[in-house]
Design a protein around this ligand. Sequence first.
Ligand code: ATP
Ligand code: MG
Length: 426
Amino acid sequence: MTTYQAIRGMVDILPEQTPLWQSMETAALEVLSGYGYAEIRLPIIETTGLFARSIGEVTDIVEKEMYTFDDRNEKSMTLRPEGTAGCVRAVVQHNLAITPQKLWYTGPMFRYERPQKGRQRQFHQLGVEAFGVATPDQDAELIALCRQLWRRLGVDDALTLEINCIGDSADRSKYREALVAYLSEHRDSLDADSQRRLESNPLRILDSKDPGTQAVLEGAPSLPDYLDAATGEEFETLLQYLAELDIAYTVNPRLVRGLDYYNKTVFEWTTTLLGAQSTVCGGGRYDGLVALFGGKQTPAAGFAVGLERLILLMQALDINVSHPVDLYVITADTAALAHALPRIDALRGEFPELEIVQHLGGGSFKSQFKRADKSGASLALIYGEAELAASTVTLKPLRGENEQRTIADAELVSFLSEYLNEVDSA
Ligand code: ATP
Ligand code: MG
């Protein structure tokens, strides 16, 4: 018989994990709304050229990681490997950047990479993009927003900020020349990938993890020395804002990021708890991208959080979501069930926050109680023959010390209100 498995690198997020995802998503939504960012929902497929142009033809993503295919009309399509390109496309298409525009989105991204812990072929990002502000207060706000989110999730102690300024394209081309001149002298000491990049994308060599290449880089010219004076001052202002916000950072002059559209500020939040997949969030400024896509020149900046890595970090820190208080409803027979149904239905309306599980499929009290215990519910509501006759309900705590008690049907709502208050304040 044929059995089916998920495709390599495509991961099922199982019901035992979704509560953690949901609590993370809820926290993110609250933080983002609190800063005035609005959600935008974007297609998962875009034309291939959109990514090739913005991310860059000679980047890892475009060269070897994209899921690209011809549709039935023989047009080249790509499953989005990241969200910024599609977001900027939408901003230009719908003319959203006339006034400053602050947006976020979340969803799956696709990259054909070697799957490992924290690296998948389908993974999820939370993307945040701000359009229309050229000054470093915008960069500071994005970074402060990240820190609020880390705090809300309880992971702020485990993340550190690395930041750099990569200037504009004129600064970078001056620097590129100097870097290529220096590295060419040491060509034989570079790893094969870096030798190849010497022609295609030399700045990416700064990112190489190869020890030989790293040693060569020790003596390489430094990008910050090639920045235009005004750009350098803006960067200093940003660093001052971060200091005022008490956000610790390390300036890493070799931080370049893997996408071509960045300019000026780039940053990453990294952790030591996830092994090689240490970057949880990356972002920066991309002042040229709106114009590249045919829009009016519009400054912009943003970042993307890798949600699987954020979840792994929460798990590494033993952050759990508390189980909700909930009820398990047990009935003696079909008559008792018929009696209970409208009462339970009314409770659902009264207490939408309460998880109420109605036992389905019948069976003995004993088997129903077994199920109730297993469900993790804190309270069983029991409608037996006696309760049915007297219009009462029995409440049996499934955990803790409290005694079982029987109350009139009419008292149930007020009893549960009180019970919930007690649990809340406990
Ligand atoms: P890396 O250097 O780890 O490959 P990247 O520079 O390619 O990351 P970005 O394109 O900046 O990553 O994406 C932003 C974030 O998305 C990353 O910091 C990471 O948390 C997450 N991410 C990127 N690729 C993957 C992947 N294949 N699986 C899981 N998360 C990913
Ligand atoms: Mg990558």
